[in-house]
Design a protein around this ligand. Structure first.
Ligand code: HDE
Length: 682
């Protein structure tokens, strides 16, 4: 591979090419390459006789099938991934010697896997949960994995508690219920008895835990890491991904309905965006702290239940990732990709965060069972794009044919190669942090404030966000059967905010909290989704149309939407062409049976001669539901009558056409706003 193609092309894509196989148009063979003459009938002793053991084709085919499944990930089993590229805006030489963060002219191939945490591999995607956001950078110095989440803090402070947390979160073992949900007794029992979870729970009960789209959520490295420059000077660093489409969420009722209407909602949305060339983009940000500022905060920067408020430590945007290629095969790539926070490159190092420290052992270990042995790094998706050589040998599925007799170090037979590299030659040298202490099983006192940042989060929310948090707690605890657990949780969250806890208590039949309260007055505007970028780009509008719609108006609206990067899909009584007044034809991709308002961000009732009353009833239902989910609605022509039939009048985010003209600007502004919380219920 030429150096030029490594830089200007996508070296990972090129590396994967020889592994791709296109079977179309080819002759069928066994795995040994033998042409197969018959694939419908097994070899039998007589047409009605028993199948013969010598039928090697049948045996091979069936045996392979019998072994098609591998264990799903213990957490983050349900995931979806895409390829892309990372480009740097400016050199970070001052802070790190990581090669991919030095030269803005170099594009680094990436592979990103998004996931839910709790659910099984086939579970619905719009459940209330944190989302995994794992990025593999295929750098010229080796793979760097940033294995983050869409929430910047975690439930626990020490990795030793991770199995307990996950046991409590997963379906209860005696009846394997509920699937992909935290709304059950064991989870909330864990929360009440492990109060360090308070901050993360606030995020999990907020709109962040039901993202509208994988391309519309932020990502966080969570832990404090280190950047180390070529002078050996270190800075503490936290990593951020900021979506260019802004961060947006579903509403809970909608999220639950989508789980039934389209359990693949998030992957479909990501897949289609990439297929349509609307490539998801995320800017890469870092918060940096000098080593000497380690103790300047009222929290411990090693505590993974704490974030660094962006107003105190600004996020510097240093690059951008674009996801521009879907996988060819989900199993080969998405399922077999193996992430590990310990896959680092020179210039990136760890901190003593006890959660991070524990992760460093868990990830390789889990791949060994999941991918069946120690050679998972040889799978095409996991191979670094730079050469790799060492004395590791053999094991299940070994593909590399290492030549020569030497597989040990030191040696003379091979001139003591593969040779180690000095730091100047790019060898990884751990940051020489001075460490001393007694061997203890203990939590530092600096880790003991579990509530201040939970209150900071609450204080930072807009009113609608606060209402959603209370509703989410009320739902989750409402599913908890043990009254005393509900009470314990209410009492625990009184430490975050007493009014919030009282409102939850009221909803779940608990006694209002007696004590509690917080002195924290501070807020961090960066934490509220209400303050995120608003753009109509990337949204999807459902266009309800019947034959005879006003072509001029509808065309103008569709053109305006397209110009803003908004996707429009037509819904009608049946699939196929829908003709407008002057011959404009639209293709109905959906009917009221196959589509639902929950699958769209906005609705445009375009009008036309409704074939029957059922059409008007279906349209009204569609509009009503969209309205209830605070979505922008516009109506032109007969669409206005449908809107009236649904009982929706004028109001926030409702744009009515007049005299065959719809104010497209207002509609697009309403789409950009996404939700219109100030609406009164119909
Ligand atoms: Fe993970 N985590 N985790 N985790 N995690 C896994 O590794 C683990 C934690 C995260 O798309 C597993 O390959 C421990 C925090 C993502 O393939 C496993 C602890 C964060 C993914 C594991 C944590 C994450 C995983 C399961 C506490 C955000 C999916 C399968 C010490 C910063 C990666 C696998 C993918 C997956 C262990 C906590 C993110 C078992 C022990 C905090 C995005 O190794």
């Amino acid at each position: 591979m030429s150096d030029e193609s490594k830089v200007n092309g996508n070296s990972k894509n090129e590396q994967l090419e020889p592994f791709r196989s296109n079977d179309e148009g080819k002759k069928m063979t066994t795995n040994q390459g033998l042409k197969v003459s018959e694939d419908e009938f097994s070899l039998k002793a007589g047409e009605r006789g028993p199948t013969l053991l010598e039928d090697f084709h049948f045996r091979e085919k069936m045996t392979h099938f019998d072994h098609e499944r591998i264990p799903e990930r213990i957490v983050h089993a349900r995931g979806f991934a895409a390829h892309g590229e990372f480009e740097l805006y400016h050199s970070m030489k001052e802070y790190t010697k990581a090669g991919f963060l030095l030269d803005p002219s170099v594009k680094t191939p990436v592979f990103v896997r998004f996931s839910t945490v709790a659910g099984s591999r086939g579970s619905a995607e719009t459940v209330r949960d944190a989302r995994g956001f794992a990025t593999k950078f295929y750098t010229q110095e080796g793979n760097y994995d940033l294995v983050g989440n869409n929430i910047p803090v975690f439930f626990i402070q020490d990795a030793v508690k991770f199995p307990d947390l996950i046991h409590a979160l997963k379906p209860e073992p005696h009846n394997e219920m509920p699937q992909a949900a935290s709304a059950h007794d064991t989870f909330w029992d864990f929360v009440a008895n492990n109060q360090e979870s308070a901050h993360m729970i606030m995020w999990a009960m907020s709109d962040r835990a039901i993202p509208r789209s994988l391309k519309m959520m932020e990502g966080f490295g969570v832990h404090t890491f280190r950047f180390v420059n070529d002078q050996g000077v270190a800075h503490f660093v936290k990593f951020h991904w900021k979506p260019l489409l802004g961060a947006h969420s579903l509403v809970w009722d909608e999220a639950q309905k989508i789980s039934g209407k389209d359990p693949d909602f998030h992957r479909r949305d990501l897949w289609e965006s990439i297929e349509n060339g609307d490539y998801p983009e995320f800017e890469f940000g870092v918060q940096l702290l000098k080593e000497e500022d380690e103790f300047k905060f009222d929290f411990d920067i090693l505590d993974p239940t704490k974030l660094w408020p962006e107003e105190d430590v600004p996020v510097q945007i240093i690059g951008k990732m674009t996801l521009n290629r879907n996988v060819d095969n989900v199993f080969a790539e998405t399922e077999q990709v193996a992430f590990h926070p310990g896959h680092v490159v020179p210039g990136i190092d760890f901190s003593n965060d006890p959660l991070l420290q524990g992760r460093l052992i868990s990830y390789t270990d889990t791949q060994l069972i999941r991918l069946g042995g120690p050679n998972f790094h040889e799978l095409p998706i996991n191979r670094p794009v730079c050469p790799f050589h060492n004395n590791q040998r053999d094991g299940y599925g070994r593909q590399t044919i290492n030549k020569g007799p030497v597989s040990y170090h030191n040696n003379s037979l091979a001139g003591n190669t593969p040779a180690t590299s000095t730091e100047a030659e790019g060898g990884y040298v751990s940051y020489q942090e001075k460490v001393e202490g007694r061997k203890v099983r203990a939590r530092s006192d600096s880790f003991k404030d579990h509530f201040s940042q939970a209150t900071l989060f609450w204080n930072s929310m807009s009113e609608p966000e606060k209402e959603h948090i209370i509703a989410a707690f009320s739902f989750e605890l409402g599913k908890v059967k043990h009254k005393f657990i509900r009470q314990q949780v209410v009492d625990m969250f009184a430490n975050v905010n007493t009014e919030m806890a009282a409102a939850i208590a009221e909803a779940v039949g608990a006694t209002p909290p007696q004590g509690g309260g917080s002195k924290v007055m501070k807020s961090s505007p960066a934490l509220s989704l209400a303050n995120k970028a608003k753009t109509p780009k990337g949204r999807k509008v459902g266009v309800i149309a019947a034959s005879g719609f006003n072509s001029g108006e509808v065309n103008a609206v569709l053109e305006a939407l397209k110009a803003e990067g908004v996707q429009a899909e037509v819904i009608s009584a049946k699939l196929g062409k829908v003709a407008g007044t002057d011959g404009l034809e639209l293709e109905a991709m959906h009917t009221f049976l196959t589509a639902d308002s929950v699958l769209f961000d906005a609705v445009y009732a375009a009008g036309g001669t409704a074939p029957d009353k059922k059409f008007i009833k279906d349209a009204a239902y569609f509009l009503n539901e969209a309205y209830a989910h605070y979505k922008p609605i516009s109506a032109g022509g007969e669409g206005r009558a449908w809107l009236e039939a649904s009982g929706i009048g004028k109001g926030p985010g409702v744009v009515m056409g007049e005299d065959s003209k719809l104010d497209t600007k207002s509609f697009i502004a309403a789409i950009a706003a996404h939700r219109h919380w100030d609406r009164q219920p119909v």
